[in-house]
Ligand binder design. Structure first.
Ligand SMILES: NC(=O)c1ccc[n+]([C@@H]2O[C@H](COP(=O)([O-])OP(=O)(O)OC[C@H]3O[C@@H](n4cnc5c(N)ncnc54)[C@H](O)[C@@H]3O)[C@@H](O)[C@H]2O)c1
Length: 369
């Protein structure tokens, strides 16, 4: 089976992750092009990673006949436009989380890819994280009896790029940025049941001078059948990224800490190169991770998507997955605006971005009518 040729749009944080992941599954895929409008960035990225072609305009990359699948690693507000144009150019699309800013965009992305006969794949690496996959395998075997509570938390000290803090571009704060993982995780873990209702408590505790976004978020998801998902997110947790789960059933439970739980408890008075994402220091006691991308599931996700393009596997994370997550995000922001839980289906139209339903509660009330 030939390698799938990938074009990455964007050339910074997540683009590096995609490139590193492709190198870990070299028989399945190869990055052959990269695009970024920042002067010199695409060229520097291509030179560094020995990628054949670099473009300043992503539309040129979309015209490149060597590219079969594009990977959208741009700020959230560009996901929809780039995905739709890529589909029209006949390319399969992997879109980073969150899928986009509005329900209308999600529908348009899914429709455009269907019409063009290309795949729309939603990059949710937690579906491939080895520790979390093992937890799900045990749950599916019945190890815990009926699972009634699943928790996922992702917390760090705040995003690395300015656009995340600008809700016009990101669509929301920590819930939008990190909560999309936990929502997807709980839903997937429980076997993708329908969501009955969502309740969220949001606040801006630390970063009010920098953003209108939430920097603390607790979301409770009630699924059909009665199981509960709890998603905890923060942009106020120094000391490096924290990603963990807890699973409870009548017959047992399991806990998995993806990063600190896979780390080397380390003490250094002089420091060293790198410990873990978002850690501000490597001096004193730290928790350096190894095989960081593999522990997250990024290369396994890329391998799965490449196999989907070759028709060897069926997508377990696609545009519909991204739309389910977006609907829960909308319901969560509306819940925080209204101060009560919100029942699904909840697909408000004409709202520019999820966080508006929290910051302007009247919109959330209107959306429920
Ligand atoms: N799966 C994950 O765990 C994960 C982790 C980080 C980021 N992400 C997602 O990936 C996306 C990118 O995040 P990031 O951290 O890499 O951001 P970043 O700011 O580090 O990189 C964004 C890139 O997009 C490029 N870009 C901006 N406008 C563009 C345009 N018009 N055309 C082409 N490129 C353009 C920028 O030049 C930059 O290279 C976001 O949607 C984010 O939520 C996912």
């Amino acid at each position: 089976m030939s390698k799938v040729h990938i074009g990455i749009i964007g050339s910074r944080f997540q683009a590096e992750c995609v490139e590193a992941s492709a190198r870990m599954v070299p028989d399945e895929a190869e990055v052959v092009a990269v695009a970024s409008p920042s002067p010199g960035h695409a060229e520097a990225f291509a030179w560094h990673y020995e990628i054949a072609r670099a473009y300043a305009d992503y539309r040129e990359l979309l015209r490149d006949p060597a590219v079969e699948m594009i990977w959208v690693t741009t700020p959230n507000d560009l996901h929809a436009r780039i995905t739709i144009e890529a589909a029209e150019a006949g390319k399969h699309v992997v879109c980073e989380k969150p899928l986009c800013l509005t329900i209308e965009e999600a529908d348009a992305m899914i429709d455009a890819c269907k019409r063009a006969g290309v795949l729309l794949l939603y990059a949710e690496e937690l579906f491939f994280a080895p520790k979390y996959v093992k937890a799900k395998q045990m749950a599916d075997e019945g190890a815990f009896g009926r699972v009634h509570l699943v928790k996922q938390g992702e917390k760090h000290s705040g995003p690395h790029a300015d656009w995340f803090w600008d809700v016009e571009r990101s669509g929301g704060g920590a819930l939008m940025d990190l909560g999309c993982h936990g929502i997807a995780f709980c839903w997937w873990f429980l076997g993708k049941p329908a969501v009955a209702s969502v309740y969220a408590q949001l606040s801006t505790q630390v970063h009010g001078a920098r953003t209108r976004g939430d920097d603390e978020a607790i979301t409770i998801i009630e699924f059909e059948g009665g199981a509960i998902g709890v998603v905890e997110n923060s942009w106020n947790r120094p000391g490096g990224m924290d990603d963990s789960i807890e699973v409870f059933g009548a017959k047992g439970q399991t806990y998995a800490d993806m990063l600190m739980g896979n780390a080397l408890p380390t003490y250094s008075e002089v420091g060293f190169g790198y410990a873990v994402e978002k850690a501000s220091t490597t001096k004193g006691w730290t928790f350096p991770v190894f095989e960081e991308h593999w522990n997250y599931g990024f290369p396994q996700e890329l391998r799965h998507f490449a196999r989907c393009v070759r028709g060897r596997e069926t997508p377990i994370s696609d545009g519909e997955t991204g739309r389910v997550v977006l609907e829960v995000l909308y319901a969560a922001y509306a819940s925080a605006g209204l101060g009560r839980k919100v029942a699904l289906p909840f697909r408000p139209r004409g709202i520019a971005k999820p966080i508006d339903l929290w910051r302007i509660p009247r919109l959330a009330a209107d959306a429920q009518r």
